[in-house]
Design a protein around this ligand. Structure first.
Ligand SMILES: Nc1ncnc2c1ncn2[C@@H]1O[C@H](COP(=O)(O)OP(=O)(O)OP(=O)(O)O)[C@@H](O)[C@H]1O
Length: 521
């Protein structure tokens, strides 16, 4: 998936990325609050039969009003409607015209697109679907057979956007886990329990977790469906197919590109986590739940209670000394970076239109979450020891191009000039190609750059002579020029090229292979 274009101007994709970057401002560490989007689901078939009262309304696209309802017990306790304001409120209750209906595409436009922007800009990103059981989390995240949810849309669009990138080498990896009863299981593995550990920077990771390289949307969708099939679900009294586990799909995107502005090689690495939480479900003895369901319920509650505790502490602006109980549940431990750490995080709070208590609890939870400021920064590495050499090369390239254009203006159309121009173009493309190519080692790159610099010196002298020839008449310079071009021919550039070609087996270097030189010079 490596592409090279000779264009130097910013492509629309790059331009958009640059504009987004400018809008967001800074690459270095900065605060970014967790964004909350609320989605109200429609009545379900079995609910319609009871003709329940709709307790929610959307005031504008940012405020949601929850009223106790005239018939409910809550009406006495909460006399007034409660209003909550968030980044966005999505109305999927019915298709009346005064409030635009939010379908799956709307969710993608409001959340998915931003997640992809952030990921491609090099930020860790995360979306967490939260809400009571049956409130529409899995519908929103995965969708159904007929309507894709956020996860499949994001995965497909990721590749569409990556395919539009030029001058970039990309690697995409995915892993998919579920946390069931406080244990981690690999949804793309053999089903054994996995351990969570922390690296030296105290960032948690899952030991022996399978990560798969994916190169297109077909591959990613295949793995996704495979994992989703394995997720633990069961029928509960509130949802026919209730997720009994938390699932986390992690998409790791590594982009390597050459930044012509700074003349350096830049590596952006971002983790995109798509989290579908299990529903919080109140259960009482009269529900007649069996022991497994009760145990599941209490474990799910335990992790969601810990999540609530962590979010509450974070929302109160903790000091460095405050202990945040991330490790009290596997869920909060694994989401450590995404809540309070280095991640641009969005919560989708899913609510039912008819359940006052649960919807109130979800909206309060969401309000606390919206007060949290994460500390984010672009995950950027540049191969700094190469930077100077590449910068130097860029300067030389600029000089050579300047010289050629000067000669052209002087209407010097000599054969030599044409050859030199071809040579300069080839050389520049070749070096650009190498710098974009991930598999080239630092050693290979630095020796190629050194060789290229030697050639640059000769090219420069040759161009200077051509220039001299144009000014003083060809005769004086011709001899010397032929000698220099001869020297250029004799520089052994073919064998190192062939070595690299063999190593890489990559179309890109092939394009500028040694054979091409034969045609040019
Ligand atoms: N916006 C929506 N449009 C149409 N149907 C929806 C919508 N949201 C939810 N549903 C339907 O409601 C039911 C419950 O939704 P879903 O399974 O997504 O809930 P959940 O929050 O994931 O529940 P759990 O926590 O138990 O897994 C499903 O039949 C789903 O198709």
């Amino acid at each position: 998936m490596i592409k090279v274009s000779k264009r130097t101007a910013l492509s629309p994709v790059k331009l958009n990325a640059a504009m987004r970057q400018e809008k967001r401002g800074i690459e270095g560490p900065h605060e970014d609050s967790i964004k909350v989007v609320v989605r109200v689901r429609p009545l379900l078939k079995r609910e319609i039969e009871r003709s329940p009262e709709c307790l929610v309304d959307i005031d504008n696209d940012q405020s949601i009003v929850l009223s106790p309802g005239v018939n409910s017990l809550q009406a006495r306790k909460y006399r007034e409607a409660q209003k909550f304001t968030f980044s966005k409120c999505l109305w999927s209750y019915d298709k009346r015209t005064s409030v635009p209906y939010a379908d799956q595409n709307t969710v993608f436009a409001e959340v998915g697109s931003e997640l992809l922007d952030n990921t491609l800009d090099g930020f860790n990103s995360c979306v967490i679907a939260y809400g009571q059981t049956g409130s529409g989390k899995t519908y929103t995240m995965m969708g159904t057979d007929d309507e894709d949810g956020l996860i499949p849309m994001v995965c497909r669009q990721l590749f569409t956007r990556l395919d539009q990138q030029v001058h970039t080498k990309v690697q995409v990896k995915i892993s998919f886990i579920e946390i069931y009863q406080e244990n981690v299981y690999d949804l793309l593995g053999n089903g054994s329990k996995l351990r969570v550990r922390e690296n030296s920077e105290r960032i948690p990771f899952i030991e022996n977790l399978n990560e798969y390289n994916v190169s297109d949307s077909r591959e990613i969708m295949k793995l996704l469906n495979e994992g989703f099939e394995k997720r633990t679900t069961a029928e509960t009294h509130l949802n026919k197919q209730s997720s009994r586990s938390h699932s986390i799909l992690t998409v790791t995107v590594v982009q390597e590109k050459f930044d012509p502005a700074t003349g350096s090689l830049v590596k952006l690495k971002s983790n995109l986590k798509l989290v579908d939480l299990a529903g919080s479900e109140k259960f009482v003895a009269s529900d007649g739940l069996d022991k497994t369901r009760q145990q599941e319920g209490s474990r799910i509650n335990k992790s969601l209670v810990t999540l609530g505790r962590v979010l509450t502490i974070l929302s109160q602006r903790p000091t460095k000394k405050t202990v945040i109980p991330y490790r009290d549940s596997i869920l909060t431990w694994l989401l450590k970076e995404n809540i309070g750490g280095n991640s641009k995080t969005i919560m989708i709070a899913c609510v039912s239109p008819t359940d006052f208590d649960e919807t109130l609890s979800t909206l309060r939870f969401a309000t606390i979450t919206s007060r949290i400021e994460n500390q984010v920064q672009v995950n950027k590495e540049s191969r700094s020891n190469m930077d100077e050499m590449v910068k130097q090369f860029q300067l030389e390239k600029a000089k050579l191009l300047e010289c050629i254009s000067e000669l052209k203006q002087m209407d010097s159309r000599s054969d030599e000039l044409r050859k030199l121009e071809n040579y300069v173009e080839w050389q520049n493309n070749y070096i650009d190609t190498l710098t974009f190519t991930n598999s080239v080692t630092q050693k290979q790159l630095s020796s190629s750059l050194r060789a290229a610099q030697k050639r640059n010196e000769l090219l420069m002298s040759s161009l200077m002579l051509t220039l001299k020839g144009s000014e003083t008449g060809p005769n004086e310079a011709t001899d010397e020029l032929s000698k220099l071009i001869d020297k250029l021919h004799r520089l052994d550039i073919k064998s190192p090229l062939r070595d690299i070609e063999k190593d890489l087996q990559c179309d890109l270097v092939m394009t500028y292979s040694a054979n091409v030189i034969d045609d040019m010079i």
